[in-house]
Design a protein around this ligand. Sequence first.
Ligand SMILES: NC(=O)c1ccc[n+]([C@@H]2O[C@H](COP(=O)([O-])OP(=O)(O)OC[C@H]3O[C@@H](n4cnc5c(N)ncnc54)[C@H](OP(=O)(O)O)[C@@H]3O)[C@@H](O)[C@H]2O)c1
Length: 303
Amino acid sequence: MTPQLSTTLSTSPVTAVGLGPMGLAIAETLLTRDHPLTVWNRTPAKAEGLVSRGARLAATVADAVAASPVTVVCVNDYDTLYEILAPAADALRGRTLVNLNSGTPEEARAAARWAAERGVDYLDGAIMVPPPLVGDPGAVFLYSGPQDLFERHRATLASLGDPRHLGPDAGLAVLYNTALLEMMYATMNGYLHANALVGSAGVTAVDFAELALGWFMPTVVVNPSLAQSAPDLDAGNYPGDLGTLAMNIQALEHIVRTSKEQGVHADQPRLMLDIARRAMADGHGQENYLAVHEVFKKPSPAE
Ligand SMILES: NC(=O)c1ccc[n+]([C@@H]2O[C@H](COP(=O)([O-])OP(=O)(O)OC[C@H]3O[C@@H](n4cnc5c(N)ncnc54)[C@H](OP(=O)(O)O)[C@@H]3O)[C@@H](O)[C@H]2O)c1
């Protein structure tokens, strides 16, 4: 993958559909970068802060889409994308849809076909950073779809971070996304399980952090910044305001389904999915991913 750095920014109008934690971060960033912004969300109350800063809350999705040449959608999955956009298909015709949901390559390709059948220009995308990093110049956003369409909107997409175009196959962005996320979950699980191991001898995550994070394994995901959440691990405190375990379970499901779609072994991600589902069944669904630590602290059911 060749980094494609953007130097020119645009302030063209954008419509943002979906105001969960990530959609809100996207909308707030677009406002900060001076894009005239129209928003729509199933729960309109989530737009209040944006409206007070100058965004327009559209009454319908069709109204929202008609306001801008580009609509960025960030909702939970592709089924929701179709459900939301079906009544707005006529308004979308001749405009560009940038879909930032997570999913599988086949789902992305199906969405590209859905858009083509309706005369809609389509880029599929995937976000590689958590909400607080959206807008950072180093925040990688992956895109796939027609190169010329990407180039046409590159300056707008650069408002969100560092846009990387991976190729014309619409499935590539989510394929890279799931591959990188699998590395993230496997690394994170290694860290959490290691905490459970030393924790079984009374060692705190705070004490373990110096060796585990400071020396042994500094990577993009498991790095010294995790030391800030070590007290939360010790306290069993996993606030889910920036992304829930339920959201991460969807991502793990995507990795399992993608592995099957791509014809590669699925046991490794399936095991991580099973473990995360156990944490969900134990009532941690609305907490953040680190709540998997609670599963690791107990013996596995088979032991
Ligand atoms: N949060 C992260 O750290 C992160 C990082 C990278 C990528 N992502 C991806 O970004 C996407 C959005 O994630 P998120 O964290 O913002 O939360 P999410 O829970 O995945 O999505 C929330 C959004 O989906 C909407 N939604 C859900 N079901 C709906 C339905 N049946 N009809 C209409 N709208 C519906 C919600 O509307 P309401 O507000 O009305 O509920 C809200 O706008 C996901 O695909 C996720 O994988 C998230």
